[in-house]
Design a binder for this molecule. Structure first.
Ligand code: FMN
Length: 602
């Protein structure tokens, strides 16, 4: 951790804040705005305080450590693409031919010895201090959003093992502080931590868990990496760093944790007791819906002599997870190709919050090939959470060239090329009618078979006058991609009735419209495509909210309620507390960049 901080400093990627900053909202708000800036840096808060608890902490807080591409490369010590190449090579290892070939392979195999973790019995830095009293409130654990139900550990590495002790797992899950010695375990139902928990529950046994904070930041990335079930994520650490992760046994349970962790919280989870987790502003940019989660009883807290607490803030993009997600996307490409061999590349844009949107480039070889890929994606590990997938052919522009790729897609959208299905959803998805299960959209843009006559495209002003004279709830409008075969008309609406009715009423203007996207007027800027993508892919369930007719498609991306047949509790957006924000601007801890604050709906 200290080396990382030095490295960030040397590369001008660290901002040290010596002012007293409150762990209650202030720190998270500063980090939230910082990482949205072009020249975003990691933040080291040297004087964390809690006004509410009347406390000053002697433990600094590090945030946004993955806050840029440059910082992420520094942590990996190499390009993510380089790591992908190593994995690709391993996956395609062939029997060596000739003496030199054998020698070369021996060298490669020898290097693989670094991937396995090593266990030591000696005194580890993470156990230099054993806290006499267990009190989680002695740690500078942040409350990130005003609607949060309290403080949450947001960069905890959660180490668990299977009931028989054979398999180990590292997952990054947020953990709510219930009181001074109890933590909520937010491992979602599909995750490995939850799978192990089920084993303990069925056996009626308490489950050991240790949470490490700090140490090499790469552990954190490994914790969020979608490794196949049963594979310990620290193997990736060894592969990337070309050295073994060194682990030591926790003091009060059998779980092994990295010796260089700054803080270790040990404990046991009683499977017979679950509690409703209080609200938390999540990486979707919405608060999480209430669900019960297991609780850990803390049995010991150990630290380094001078530990540093690490935290992140999740919410509306772009945030630190953008850069972690970028590395994951690059490194996992070769693994994804093992089930979809003609896949060329893919992107999960951060404003699609990863699981809500994927763009994939493939070499389409036969009819239905893209649809085959859709089913494959929806059936593979955490890729199965993806709600909306667009497949383009090998002649498409670069996937990260969002303007050109969206033109390409718009020229290939037709009802025939759309597949609406259903399946597993991320536990955080709020739009689906049921928790963890809902609609999926796949669009096959691999062939250019869209030959509809061009629409009669009007200027925004004229179109707005025409449509709003028919439907008075229409308050704003912008027509995108009018040079393509599928212009996208985004309509801001003051919703008073189901959108389907409005879609039907606007059908008489079919000559001027092809794809209509409805959003709530008061929550969205129709001229802000980055945030519109975020909103639309978050807010729709493909089965319920997409209306398909030849040459006339509607998407209802408004918030839903019982009137729309939605029976769950629609969550609020994560918005900064205006008073806290203004105060931080006054104290010059946040730059008063009005445009940036507006553009990202801060
Ligand atoms: C910043 C951040 C926070 C996350 N929080 C959670 C969480 O609270 N619960 C969860 O199940 N997954 C969370 N994830 C995703 C998991 O870390 C990820 O799915 C990981 O692959 C799970 O590992 P597992 O399958 O070994 O359990 C988070 C990811 C990131 C980047």
């Amino acid at each position: 951790m200290k080396r990382t901080i030095e490295l960030l400093k040397e590369n001008n990627l660290l901002r040290v804040i010596d002012d007293e900053v409150d762990i209650d909202l202030e720190m998270a708000h500063i980090a939230y705005v910082e990482v949205k800036q072009e020249d975003s840096r990691a933040l080291l808060f040297t004087h964390p305080v809690s006004k509410k608890l009347n406390k000053k902490f002697d433990m600094p807080v590090l945030m946004n450590v993955f806050g840029s591409y440059e910082a992420t490369r520094l942590i990996f010590e190499k390009e993510p693409d380089e790591i992908a190449q190593t994995i690709e090579k391993l996956l395609h290892m062939k029997p060596p031919s000739g003496f030199m070939g054998k020698l070369e392979m021996l060298k490669e195999l020898f290097e693989l010895k670094n991937i396995f973790t090593k266990r030591v019995n000696s005194k580890a830095p993470c156990q230099e201090v054993v806290k006499e009293e267990i009190n989680l409130f002695d740690l500078p654990i942040l409350k990130t959003w005003s609607g949060d139900g309290g403080a949450f550990i947001t960069m905890g590495q959660v180490y668990t093992q299977s009931l028989d002790g054979e398999k180990q797992n590292l997952g990054m899950y947020r953990l709510q502080v219930y009181d001074k010695n109890r933590l909520g375990m937010h491992w979602q139902i599909h995750k490995d931590g939850a799978h192990f928990f089920k084993e303990y529950k069925e056996a009626g046994k308490k489950m050991p868990v240790s949470i490490a904070i700090g140490g090499d930041p790469l552990y954190i990335w490994c914790g969020q990496a979608p490794m196949p079930n049963g594979m310990f994520e620290l193997l990736l650490y060894g592969l990337i760093k070309e050295k073994n992760a060194i682990l030591v046994k926790s003091k009060t349970n059998p779980i092994y944790v990295p010796t260089d962790s700054d803080i270790v919280i040990e404990g046991w989870v009683d499977p017979s007791c679950e509690e409703i987790e209080r609200p938390f502003g999540d990486h979707t940019g919405y608060y999480t819906l209430k669900e019960p989660y297991p609780v850990m009883d803390v049995t010991c807290i150990t630290t380094k002599k001078k530990p540093i607490y690490q935290a992140t803030v999740v919410g509306k993009p772009p945030l630190e997870d953008k850069y972690m997600g970028w590395a994951t996307e690059r490194i996992f490409l070769p693994l994804l190709k093992t089930t979809t061999p003609d896949l060329i590349d893919y992107r999960m844009p951060e404003n699609g919050v990863f699981h809500n949107l994927i763009l994939a480039k493939m070499k389409s070889c036969y009819p239905g090939h893209a649809k085959q890929f859709m089913h494959a994606f929806w059936g593979v590990g955490q890729m199965s959470f993806v709600k909306h997938a667009f497949f383009v052919n090998e002649d498409a522009p670069e996937l990260e060239n969002y303007e050109d790729i969206s033109d390409y897609i718009c020229d290939r959208v037709s009802v025939e090329n759309i597949l609406i299905s259903e399946g597993v959803c991320d536990a955080l998805d709020h739009a689906s009618p049921n928790a963890c299960y809902g609609g999926k959209l796949g669009v096959d843009c691999t062939h250019d078979n869209v030959r509809y006559p061009k629409k009669n495209i009007l200027e925004d002003k004229e179109l707005f006058a025409k449509l709003s004279s028919k439907v008075s709830e229409i308050k704003s409008l912008h027509h995108y991609k009018t040079h393509t075969k599928t212009p996208i008309c985004v309509i801001g609406i003051k919703k008073e009735r189901p959108i389907k009715e409005i879609y039907e009423e606007l059908k008489e203007f079919k000559d001027n419209l092809k794809l209509l996207v409805f959003v709530d007027f008061d929550k969205n800027d129709v001229h802000n495509p980055y945030m519109l993508v975020w909103r639309v892919v978050n807010n729709i369930d493909a089965k319920r909210d997409i209306f398909l007719e030849t040459e006339y498609i509607g998407i209802d991306a408004t918030n839903k309620s019982e009137k729309d047949g939605y029976e769950r509790e629609w969550p609020e957006d994560t918005d900064c507390d205006k008073t806290v924000l203004e105060d931080l601007i006054k104290r010059k801890l946040i730059k008063n960049n009005k445009e940036l604050l507006k553009n990202y709906y801060v």
